[in-house]
Ligand binder design. Structure first.
Ligand code: F6P
Length: 324
């Protein structure tokens, strides 16, 4: 393999830059030319492809976002879009790809390989931590710490006013950010899509806390919870408890996607970026580089997309026990 290209796709995540840097420098170290593709699959289709050097990734390891920019490409979902992408890769002599993104990115890569057989190795870049085949995804740790900082601040004001806060965090269909920031922030309740928390149970836990003179309560709600968004849930709870409990809602939103990556994310991203390059050199294709129990391994895209990564029951049980 003499020439590869790297791109970031889907929602950005802190640590993507550290990963790009590892891919570029890892490739150059091994004597491989490396190209960058801007705006994910959209750039592949429009031909926004340029050669990268060791200097083009200087001073980015600490930066949030992605210097290659990102997009969710609708055009790549069409056969015409993928044909244009293939032609542009061929005209630049690209023999292998490193795709940094989440399950949408890997779904696209899988379809593309079946049509055009360009080997691709993925790096899991998403704050959601929803990919099978790795304990942690790039950006998750930073997002959890960002949420935690916000939860701590909300706790201060909640405590001063004897209030209950419903705090919504991101994660699409996954409750990982919610459970980890909830435990770290001492939440009284965490609502995640992986398990059903009946509203009756929410009311009784909050009331019990109040009778035990709790001066504040925090309910962390994952955006994908089946009871709805935090605002809707808070409204339903208000209908049941009336004025007895003073309730407020905060949705953290895209603040969770930005910021300088934590040390953990930078190291994870660096390991995975280098592993992607070396994986391509060894002939891997259609796999994601992941780290499980600190061991590097490659998992087929199809498994990373289809297989579930459940939240450990212990974590859910612990929220209840530790918030009494
Ligand atoms: O996948 C990352 C993520 O931030 C999810 O947690 C969230 O549901 C989604 O992306 C938001 O996407 P967008 O930025 O396109 O609104």
């Amino acid at each position: 393999m003499k020439k590869i290209a790297v791109f970031t796709s889907g929602g950005d995540a802190p640590g993507m830059n550290a990963c790009i840097r590892a891919v570029v420098r890892g490739a150059i170290y091994h004597g491989i030319e490396v190209y960058g593709i801007r705006r994910g699959y959209n750039g592949m289709i429009s031909g926004d492809i340029f050669e990268m050097t060791s200097q083009s990734v200087s001073n980015i390891v600490q930066r949030g976002g992605t210097v290659l920019k990102s997009a969710r490409s609708k055009e790549f979902m069409t056969p015409e879009g993928r044909k244009k992408a293939y032609e542009n890769l061929m005209s630049n002599g690209i023999e292998g790809l490193v795709a940094i993104g989440g399950n949408g990115t890997f779904t696209g890569a899988e379809v593309f390989y079946n049509e055009y057989q360009i080997p691709t190795v993925g790096c899991p870049g998403t704050i959601d931590n929803d990919l099978y085949g790795t304990d942690y995804t790039i950006g998750f740790d930073t997002a959890v710490n960002t949420s935690l900082e916000a939860i701590d601040k909300i706790r201060d004001t909640a405590d001063s006013h004897d209030r209950i806060f419903f705090i919504e965090v991101m994660g699409r269909d996954s409750g990982y950010i919610a459970i980890q920031s909830g435990i770290g922030g001492g939440a009284e309740i965490v609502m995640v899509p992986e398990t059903h928390t009946p509203l009756k149970k929410v009311v009784s836990t909050l009331k019990e806390g109040w009778t035990r003179s709790k001066s504040s309560s925090i309910v962390v709600v994952a955006e994908g919870d089946e009871e709805g968004h935090a605002a809707e849930i808070a409204e339903k709870i208000k209908e049941q408890v009336g004025d007895k409990l003073d309730i407020r809602v905060t949705t953290l939103g895209h603040i969770q996607r930005g910021g300088s990556p934590t040390a953990y994310d930078r190291i994870l991203a660096s390991r995975m970026g280098l592993a992607a390059v070396e994986g391509l050199m060894k002939g891997h294709k259609n796999v994601m580089a992941g780290i499980v129990n600190n061991d590097l391994l490659y998992t087929p895209f199809i498994d990373t997309i289809k297989k579930q990564k459940p939240i450990h029951d212990d974590l859910l049980r612990m929220v209840h026990i530790l918030s009494i």
